[in-house]
Design a protein around this ligand. Structure first.
Ligand SMILES: CC(C)(COP(=O)(O)OP(=O)(O)OC[C@H]1O[C@@H](n2cnc3c(N)ncnc32)[C@H](O)[C@@H]1OP(=O)(O)O)[C@@H](O)C(=O)NCCC(=O)NCCS
Length: 169
């Protein structure tokens, strides 16, 4: 099985927040941000697998800080781990100060994508080789998060979640 680095899937989308994309407080509408994150994750998953990919699950999103209208928003998505046909993708969201250019992290999310063939059937994908400390940390936790996601989706029994159970023993 082919192995690819996490870095090879890195996808960076930079865009503005326009008035039509905001809520009553003039901050970016949550659904608009989720769509942008989903798009970035989809490209990262496609770069890793070289396949058609579909969103299987949004496992976690933290809207830690509001994103005001006029902000320049940068979304960075990278595959953290690949399983048989599914991939976990971590997405980090940043805004930047107009004058200094200093970046502030405002949001992060974890998505699961599945690579499929033309009929929508899951297909095998390359493994991931994490390189940096952060990539290794995210790789390590990915099996636990996959098992939690499968339990919540009713696709796995809690007693089968070996990696998740190991956290508590
Ligand atoms: C995602 C989809 C392809 C999975 O198909 P499936 O028949 O359930 O296939 P499987 O059960 O073999 O699952 C395929 C992989 O996805 C993983 N998976 C499925 N649901 C998951 C979930 N909720 N969380 C995490 N992983 C999940 C499985 O563990 C498996 O991983 P692996 O092959 O790496 O071990 C299918 O449900 C689908 O097409 N969904 C619609 C996708 C879509 O339209 N998305 C756009 C958003 S509307």
């Amino acid at each position: 099985m082919q192995v690819k680095t996490a870095q090879e899937s890195l996808t960076i989308l930079t865009d503005l927040v326009l008035p039509g994309e905001t809520n009553y407080l003039d901050n970016l509408f949550g659904g608009e941000l989720l769509a942008r994150m989903d798009r970035a994750c989809s490209i990262a998953a496609r770069r890793h697998s070289s396949r058609i990919v579909v969103t299987a699950s949004v496992n976690h999103v933290a809207f830690s800080k509001a994103i005001p209208v006029g902000s320049v928003v940068t979304i960075e998505a990278k595959v953290s781990r690949a399983f048989t046909s599914s991939m976990e993708i971590y997405v980090d969201v940043w805004i930047e100060d107009r004058q200094s250019g200093a970046r502030t992290k405002v949001n992060e999310g974890i998505y699961t994508f599945v690579a499929v063939d033309e009929t929508g059937k899951p297909v095998k994908i390359p493994a991931i080789k994490p390189e940096t400390a952060l990539e290794k940390e995210r790789f390590e936790g990915a099996l636990r998060r996959k098992q939690l996601s499968l339990i919540l989706a009713g696709k796995m029994q809690p007693n089968e979640a070996t990696a998740l159970k190991a956290l508590f023993s």
